[in-house]
Design a protein around this ligand. Structure first.
Ligand code: NOJ
Length: 551
């Protein structure tokens, strides 16, 4: 089947269903709510949707612990509601991709229940090991969420591996029957009409034979033995050959700790790609070390290196996935931007990535500049990873310090309900919301921004429309300027028809501005800006500009 690469012209919107919009008043976001908002999403200029998991799940990791891959959770409206949304999206020329989570299943999945009872053919569906003769764990690997990567199962009398929460058991992808199951899941959704998948931590699915102890990593032990493991490429190739190559679909792979060179092993368009795009983490690491909880001061130079490294590294061979927010990281206004200059910095952050080469993703609430959440009590956090970090890591530090660590690092900041209006519960639900609403909803919400021509929301609309209108954004060359500046990110995009210069200020100070050599601003059109007037020699706090030259 010929692949049309339609994703190269799309802008995706990511929905984290629990907190998007409640349609039936039970306090939980659902597909009825999504259906109501399809026109809103389209009005942003977004013409694709990535759904974080919608499947039945006990919800230990908010849906990333799946107990049935071939259904839609009742709390989201079930299969009927999903089909309606899918149809509604397609009618609007919007694509829909699902989250595929097959590194692990919920321990409530039928496969796990049968596997622990050694019922065939499920016995080897998971990674089971007896205790070592000295009674110790099978190896020294860490779980990324909770303690060690092994949990004891009383029924089977063995340990099973869990790289994430205890209730997320890792599948044994080396078992061909498990790979057949994965392919059947993929076909099930593709045959229904979905347009592709975002594959959750897919680079973790092949573990090194023998599961050796890790003697190198001080923390996250084992990651070198399961990230990009020995048979990963083989399995991705198999999924591609047996399933994806038969559909005009898109496959986006989440890939922690990856660089462009490694990514090209999977997405090089000139060399039998097995995936279409990868979600890199480098652009999330400009204010932290390895995870968001290890906060360090924001470094623009680090961020710029990451952007340029990916733009240049994939040039002519692979396609970038572009994002600044998703459900796994705190909000960007509070990180690389400024809550004091919320409106200005949210707009600047939008432009910083929307004019790069690749397919942009906008995360729910990002388009109105939602910011972080600062609860006073650690018990208010819901996320399994966050709770572990508070209650089990660095417990000698004062409670205040530990709470601040969560304010910086917790992904729950990105999971508070979308702020639709200044009405109770931010208009998210008429019932009791499943999670806390950020108190700033009275000032920051969709309804008020709809009325304000100068709002972040309307700026997103303009920026996305401009992106779509410019051929140089789709095809043009990328070049970065002022590389050593720690307050400005300046880049150009150029093709045979036009050239743009993008200037982003990442500081609340005013900074002197001079166009890079060869750019005559007098002959340019200033297409987008976040202040009423642009000073020719000075940039205001978090100012952004997009200049255009038509050839
Ligand atoms: C990555 C997902 O984005 C995250 O939300 C989840 O907790 C882990 N993978 C485990 O599935």
């Amino acid at each position: 089947m010929e692949k049309k690469q339609w994703y190269k012209d799309k802008v995706f919107y990511q929905i984290w269903p629990r907190s998007f919009k409640d349609g039936n008043g039970d306090g939980m976001g659902d597909l009825l709510g999504v259906y109501e908002k399809l026109d809103y999403i389209k009005s942003l200029g977004c013409d694709g949707i990535w759904f974080s998991p919608l499947y039945p799940s006990p919800g230990v990791d908010c849906g990333y612990d799946i107990s049935d891959y071939n259904d839609i959770a009742a709390e989201f409206g079930g299969m009927e509601a999903f089909k309606k949304v899918l149809e509604g999206a397609h009618e609007r020329d919007m694509k829909v991709i699902m989250d595929l989570v097959v590194n692990h299943t919920s321990t409530e999945h039928e496969w796990f229940k049968k596997s622990r009872e050694r019922i065939e053919p499920y016995t080897d569906y998971y990674i089971w090991r007896p205790a070592k003769s000295n009674g110790k764990l099978p190896n020294n690997w860490d779980s990324l969420f909770e303690g060690k990567a092994w949990a004891w199962d009383e029924v089977r009398n063995e340990y099973y591996m869990h790289l994430f929460a205890i209730e997320q058991a890792d599948l044994n992808m080396d078992n061909p029957l498990v790979r057949e199951e994965v392919k059947n899941i993929l076909r099930f959704w593709l045959d229904m009409g979905v347009d592709g998948f975002r594959e959750d931590v897919i680079t973790f699915i092949s573990k090194k034979e023998g599961l050796p102890d890790d003697r190198i990593m001080p923390a996250s032990k084992g990651i070198g033995y399961y990230n990009h493991g020995p048979r990963l490429h083989e399995y991705l190739e198999e999924f591609h050959r047996d399933v994806f190559s038969h559909y005009d679909c898109m496959v986006l792979a989440e890939a922690p700790m990856i660089n462009p060179k490694k990514a090209l092993e999977y997405i090089d368009e000139n060399n039998n790609p097995v995936l279409d795009m990868m979600i890199q983490f480098a652009t999330q690491e400009a204010d932290c070390l390895f995870t968001d909880f290890n906060h360090i001061p924001f470094s623009l130079r680090k961020l710029k290196r990451a952007y340029s490294n990916w733009q240049n590294g994939l040039e002519g061979r692979g396609w970038n996935m572009l994002y600044i927010e998703n459900h796994d990281h705190p909000r960007m206004v509070s990180r690389y931007g400024s809550e004091k200059f919320r409106r200005e910095s949210a707009k600047m952050l939008a432009v910083s990535y929307l004019f790069l080469k690749g397919t942009p993703f906008v995360y729910q609430g990002q388009e109105i500049g939602m910011s972080n959440w600062y609860p006073s009590d650690p018990e208010m956090y819901e996320d399994v990873q966050t709770r572990w970090q508070y209650f089990n890591v660095g417990t000698k530090r004062s409670p205040e310090k530990r709470l601040q660590r969560l304010w910086h690092g917790s992904r729950d900041s990105a999971r508070t309900p979308v702020q639709w209006s200044a009405e109770p519960n931010a208009g998210f639900t008429t019932g009791e919301p499943w999670f806390y609403v950020n108190e700033n909803y009275v000032d920051v919400n969709v309804a008020s921004q709809e009325q304000d021509a100068d709002s972040v929301l309307n700026f997103y609309r303009k920026a996305i429309a401009l992106r779509k209108a410019l051929s140089c954004v789709r095809h043009g060359d990328y070049r970065e300027y002022n590389k050593l500046s720690s307050s400005l990110y300046t880049y150009s995009r150029e093709d045979e028809k036009q050239k743009i210069l993008v200037v982003c200020s990442y500081t609340e100070k005013e900074v002197p501005f001079k166009a890079p050599q060869g750019f005559d601003l007098a002959s340019a059109e200033l297409k987008l800006q976040n202040y009423a007037k642009a000073d020719s020699a000075l940039l205001k706090p978090y100012e952004v500009r997009v200049y255009l030259w038509e050839k």
